[in-house]
Design a protein around this ligand. Sequence first.
Ligand code: IMP
Ligand code: MG
Length: 181
Amino acid sequence: MNGLHPDLARILVPEETIQAHVKVLAHQISLDYADKGPVYLVGVLRGAFIFLADLVRHLTIPHVVDFMSVSSYGKSTESGVVRIVLDLREPIDNQHVIIVEDIVDSGKTLSYLYNMLKSRNPASLRTCTLVQKPKGPLDVPVDYLGFKIPDVWVVGYGLDYADKHRTLPYIAELKASVYTK
Ligand code: IMP
Ligand code: MG
């Protein structure tokens, strides 16, 4: 008995490792944008809110936090057709924007967001994701990455399965029996 919820197969990224990497990412972003004025962080709801909350508290540069929410048509993002459920509050033209995602799987969500925000003429646009699955080449760059993980369903630290396990402090692999039943 190790105290792990019965839905979970194993811990993939322990809490301390996540926290250490989030600090490194925040440090890197703080260095990269030190001379550029405020950075406009776009958190992608719902999964990225915990990551973003920790990330911004380690930034040492001026920043603005805003959120977007997108939803895919149908059950998955496989079609690549995504719609905006919640848009940014302000225009981002001439802003230095970073999209902050929880996870990149096929990359279709990130690609949609990237191209859509690019069309709003930001001064610069980069992407930051906590985890990435090995789904082959993406058509958008991932500029700041926390971890590469295997192609399994993961939960915790903002990531959910059917709204469950989102607030776990670590990232864990969900048992396949949970999502195939
Ligand atoms: P993509 O468009 O295929 O890259 O899908 C990205 C979105 O799918 C993420 O923003 C998550 O909401 C969701 N997602 C993909 N894989 C996982 C996972 O393992 N756990 C939780 N959510 C996931
Ligand atoms: Mg997401």
